[in-house]
Design a protein around this ligand. Structure first.
Ligand SMILES: [Zn+2]
Length: 381
């Protein structure tokens, strides 16, 4: 029998805070951990205290010059705009290197546990998908996902399917494996025409030797649960079937939720739940190494806690109560949060649309047709 779900977490992760009013708040992790604990879900997992990634670990993906710049920016307060350090998105702070390396450590510990036989892992701090080899970007210093996949490949040959449903394009992970046929990356996101990082178009299909192994589905603002489920059924599922990955890696950023303040998608808990349950079933049925799930974006901390706790329950095949515990809601109020959802799942109500549904649907029809022409033939589909 395979081991328990691995869940790396410690208070040391909460030091990753650019500055007080920055949207990436450590409360996202703190509240997720608290709610998951209150619902008894953490009794079913194997908790790990994340180690610090070593310099050798970081160099599995990042350049030595970039790591030096991160260390120096934290130690000596020097900014390096050419490395994305000290910009509006990524202000420097004293623990920038240590906490960045701790985030990587959490994902690496999960990957090591999976290599050693754990069935799956959920790393809520992980998913820093915008970091590039020599560039911090979009709140991401070190790219834990690219480093962890490179570590896996150092130890064994394995096919990895990376699926990213964060509202933003997973550009850092895509670029890390753009020339590889061992890692198939699939990102569904709000179109780069209207959202950071401005990439992730259908024609980005991979390098010359690996065409068809980078897959992008940009969505118009306003797209929501029907589109997410359709992309899953019409793109992710068939590619999963033909690629037959040994390991599934998913970036589960929840900034595409309709309550999120940074993006303009309208996913609901129902859409996420449907997709996460399908990912669980597919990976447990056919991935020899299992499933490494990481967090990602999400900028309404209470809502992030609610959704990631729901995801953990789905991974564990446990149920959650209908109502969010009063005790948890009180703590959120004391921490200064307002608009705290009452239910674990979204109520069935019409989510405000930013553009007419017809336009969103027609645009996705076009995108899927184009994708079927550009990418599917490389997978015998
Ligand atoms: Zn995002």
């Amino acid at each position: 029998m395979r081991g328990k779900l691995v869940y790396p977490y410690s208070n040391a992760l909460l030091g990753y805070e650019f500055k007080r009013d920055h949207p990436l708040k450590p409360d996202r992790l703190k509240l997720t951990y608290l709610l998951s604990k209150q619902l008894g879900l953490l009794e079913k997992v194997k908790e790990l205290e994340p180690a610090l990634a070593t310099r050798e670990d970081l160099e599995l993906f990042h350049s030595p010059e970039f790591i030096d710049a991160v260390v120096d920016s934290g130690t000596n307060n020097n900014v390096y705009p050419r490395y994305g350090l000290g910009t509006a998105d990524n202000p420097i702070f004293p623990l920038i290197h240590e906490t960045g390396a701790r985030y990587v450590g959490a994902t690496l510990d999960a990957m090591r546990a999976i290599i050693d036989g754990a069935s799956n892992a959920f790393v809520i701090s992980g998913g820093l998908h915008h970091a590039h080899r020599s560039l911090a970007s979009g709140f991401c210093i070190y790219n834990d996902v690219a480093i962890a996949i490179n570590l896996l490949h150092k130890k064994k040959q394995a096919k990895v399917l990376y699926f990213d449903f964060d509202a933003h394009h997973g550009d850092g992970v895509q670029n890390a494996f753009y020339g590889s046929k061992d890692v198939l990356t699939i990102s569904v996101h709000q179109t780069g025409q209207t959202l950071f990082p401005g990439t992730g178009f259908i024609y980005e299909t991979g390098g010359a030797e690996s065409t068809g192994y980078s897959v992008n589905i940009p969505l118009l603002p306003g797209a929501g649960t029907p589109e997410l489920i359709r992309v899953f059924d019409e793109v992710v599922a068939p590619l999963f079937e033909s690629f037959k990955p040994d390991l599934l890696v998913t970036q589960l950023g929840v900034d595409g939720h309709y309550l999120d303040p940074l993006a303009h998608l309208t996913y609901t808990s129902h859409g996420y739940e449907t997709v996460v349950a399908k990912l669980r079933d597919m990976s447990s049925d056919s991935c020899e190494l299992g499933w490494l799930a990481v967090g990602g974006g999400g900028y309404h901390p209470v809502n992030v806690a609610r959704l990631w706790t729901l995801f953990l329950a789905i991974m564990l095949e446990e149920d959650v109560p209908k109502l969010i515990p009063e005790e948890f809601r009180d703590i959120c109020t004391q921490m200064g949060y307002h608009d705290i959802p009452e239910f674990m799942r979204d109520e069935d109500k019409v989510v405000q649309m930013y553009v007419p549904r017809e336009q969103v649907t027609m645009d996705l029809d076009r995108s899927l047709r184009r994708l079927q022409e550009l990418v599917f033939p490389y997978h015998g589909l």
